[in-house]
Structures are given as C-alpha cells and as structure tokens.
Design a protein around this ligand. Structure first.
Ligand SMILES: CC(C)(COP(=O)(O)OP(=O)(O)OC[C@H]1O[C@@H](n2cnc3c(N)ncnc32)[C@H](O)[C@@H]1OP(=O)(O)O)[C@@H](O)C(=O)NCCC(=O)NCCS
Length: 354
C-alpha cells in the first residue's frame, strides 16, 4: 500500500498574485460597491448558485469572502478578488477549493462582471490560480463543474486545457429546475505540458506572429451569428486559391476545394440552424522552416443545434507556405474524435495553444 501523504494543514499564499493585467488578492471591506455591481446582475448569476443579491446580501457574502481569502485550508474554498490593476476596481472573483488533501484534488470556480467578459481576463485569472493549485498546494487534479448550458464557462475550461470527464444528468436542482452539469478535470501533468513554451525551429518572431494570427483567423471563422459572412471571407483570403481541404473522420477522405469547403459552413453558421457555435484550438505546435510551415493541434467545438447542445473535438493539420502577400494555407486536413479515437492521447505531448 502506498504511504499516506503527510497532512499539511493551511498554506499561506503570497498576495497579490499578479498577472499581466490583474492582481488576485483577498477581499476587503471597501470592495462592497464593486461586488454589488456583479452580484446583483441576473446575467452573471444565471448559472451560479447565488441569488441576485441586494446590498445587504452582498455585504453578508463579502464577510464570508474576507474570511476565506488569506490562506488555503483543506476542505475549504480560497476566495480571491480579481482586481483590474489599471482601475483598481474588483471586476470578479476566482475560487480554488482544496477539495481533498490526501488525494491532492482541487476545484476551480470563477465569475466576472459582465462588462469585463470577452477580453480573456477570466482566463488570465484562472491560469494564475491553477498555478497556485498545482505549484503552491501541489495538487494532482483540479476539477470544475458547470451547468450544461453555460457555454462561456465550458469554453473557458477547454481553453485552459481541461477535458470534459462527465455529463451529469439532472445532478443539481438549480434555480427552480433540474439541471444537467458538466464535470471537467485537469491533471497536473497536462497542466505542466501546457505551461511549457512552444518549440519551433529557428525562424523570425514576425513569421510566428503572422501564422499564430492566421491559425486564429481559421478557427474564429467557424463562429455562428453576426459577422459570420465577414469571418469566412477573411479566411477565404488566407487560403491559396488551389488549396485542398481533406476531411477523413473514419471514412474515405473527402477532398474539397476552398469554396466547396467554406460555402456550406458559411450557410450553417449564418442561417440560424447552428447558434452559439464556436470552434477553437486547445493545444498545438507550430514548425517553420524557410517558406514552409506546419501547425498540428487539437481543437474543440461547442454549439446549439435544434435546441440541443452539440460538441466535439479533433485534430487538425494546417500546411502553410509563404507567398508575396504573406503566409497562406496550402492544405488542411482533419479528423474528429470517435469511439476508438481520442484526442486526449494524441494531444498529450502538445503545448497549450494561445
Ligand atoms: C464564465 C466566464 C467567467 C467566462 O468569461 P469570459 O470573459 O468569456 O472568459 P475569458 O476571460 O476566457 O475570455 C474569453 C473571450 O475573450 C476573448 N478575448 C479577447 N481578448 C482576449 C485575450 N487577450 N486573451 C484571451 N481571450 C481574449 C476571447 O476571444 C473569448 O471570446 P469568446 O467568449 O467569444 O470565445 C463569464 O462568462 C462569467 O463570469 N459568467 C458568469 C459566471 C459563471 O457562469 N461562472 C462559471 C460558473 S461554472
């Protein structure tokens, strides 16, 4: 039998935990007004167990947060204020529960005021607190649970490198109804692989930056709703006109030209049949030599079709060449996860992308 790890009790964390734009720190009495702004917002609390809070309820919640903000203790949540350094105001909170000391398990939570969402700030705060979990607390696995319709939260977790481990049917009585929840998990070794800097053969930083932007254009193009036509047109320009796109997915390869590939997807993304759909790279590696380059990585897609959540994951290979007008995609190929094929193994050695 393995020996039980020693019991470590409470661990002090050095505050503030600084990121590029944020300071994560314990809450203070004078955070009340900032907290009230997002605790009283029905959109922010839609998928979290809190009610829409008034001033008194927020004041009571703040007292709990102040008490839980100084050190990590087994079995408890460490609740940190997310302060935007530029303004000094608290724009959200990030939480880490030291769930199980013996098994070195933790749990992550987050919430951000509405006007600060969509800028990568939640990801920045979560990455910093994952570092606290895996480095300071020496955790082995960190989980996160979200209501199945909370696509913003699921997208953030995928971006952080988490894998969906379970879909829990009606596992919570939530705001007056039974809700399905998604359980996500991130292992220490996966987190460490994601922290490693991406390796490339010698090439200029400018080439790398241009191709990183091109890979972003590729994935962003597959976003439903307003602006879909523009995003697809942007991607169209970044293909060589003669490029081939190959879909395998367990069948005979389907070899498509650029228009054949993009036109049906543009329809689907813009005519309302697919809503709230996004696709994004999760892990990946870029290799550049002279005028040729290759991006190979995993991706995830999430959306709602006919009222039901659709999701998937796979690996894509993008071949790129330098032209007089800049880097262009000369070929793309992809395969998707299925019963006997998992992205998890294939992407294990790849660093987190973006
Ligand atoms: C879940 C929640 C924290 C996610 O916040 P978010 O702002 O969407 O997440 P991020 O900080 O990762 O931002 C990512 C978005 O910013 C965009 N972005 C802009 N600049 C960026 C940058 N420099 N870096 C990264 N992303 C950037 C990304 O494209 C992405 O947009 P998308 O959501 O349209 O894909 C937020 O929706 C929230 O607070 N919800 C309410 C509370 C809640 O439900 N909490 C979770 C309970 S489980």
């Amino acid at each position: 039998m393995p020996e039980e790890p020693p019991v470590r009790g409470a661990i002090s964390v050095k505050f503030p935990v600084r990121t590029a734009r944020l300071d994560l720190r314990p809450h203070r009495e004078d955070d009340l007004d900032d907290l009230l702004r997002f605790h009283s917002d029905p959109e922010v609390v839609r998928y979290i167990p809190w009610p829409v809070r008034d001033l008194e309820q927020t004041r009571a919640a703040l007292q709990v947060k102040i008490a839980r903000g100084t050190e990590a203790r087994p079995g408890e949540w460490l609740m940190l204020a997310i302060e935007l350094r530029e303004t000094g105001s608290v724009i959200g909170e990030v939480l880490l529960r030291w769930a199980d000391e013996g098994n070195r398990q933790g749990e992550l939570g987050f919430a951000l005021a509405r006007e600060h969402q969509g800028q990568g700030l939640a990801a920045e705060a979560a990455q910093a607190v994952l570092r606290v979990g895996f480095q300071d607390l020496d955790l082995h696995r960190i989980t996160a649970v979200c209501v199945a319709e909370n696509t913003a939260s699921a997208r953030l977790l995928y971006r952080l490198g988490f894998l969906q481990e379970a879909h829990l049917r009606e596992s919570a009585f939530f705001k007056g109804r039974w809700a399905d929840q998604l359980l996500f998990g991130l292992l220490e070794e996966e987190w460490r692989a994601g922290e490693a800097p991406a390796t490339t053969s010698p090439s200029s930083t400018a080439d790398r930056a241009e191709i990183v932007e091109l890979v972003g254009t590729f994935f962003r193009a597959f976003t439903s709703g307003d602006g879909a036509h523009g995003r697809i047109a942007q991607l169209h320009e970044r293909f060589l006109p003669q490029a081939v796109v190959v879909r395998t997915c367990g069948e005979e390869p389907a070899v498509l030209g650029v228009d054949q590939f993009l036109a049906p997807r543009e329809r689907l993304l813009s005519d309302g049949s697919l809503v709230d759909f996004q696709e994004w790279p999760v892990q990946g590696r870029l290799e550049i030599f002279g005028d040729v380059a290759h991006w190979f990585g995993s991706y995830t897609k999430v959306g709602i079709q006919a009222g039901a959540r659709v999701d998937g994951a796979g690996m894509k290979s993008l071949q790129l060449v330098r032209t007089g007008a800049g880097w262009r995609i000369s070929a793309a190929a992809w395969d998707d996860e299925r019963d006997d094929l998992s992205v998890r193994g294939a992407a294990a050695g790849l660093p987190r992308w973006g």
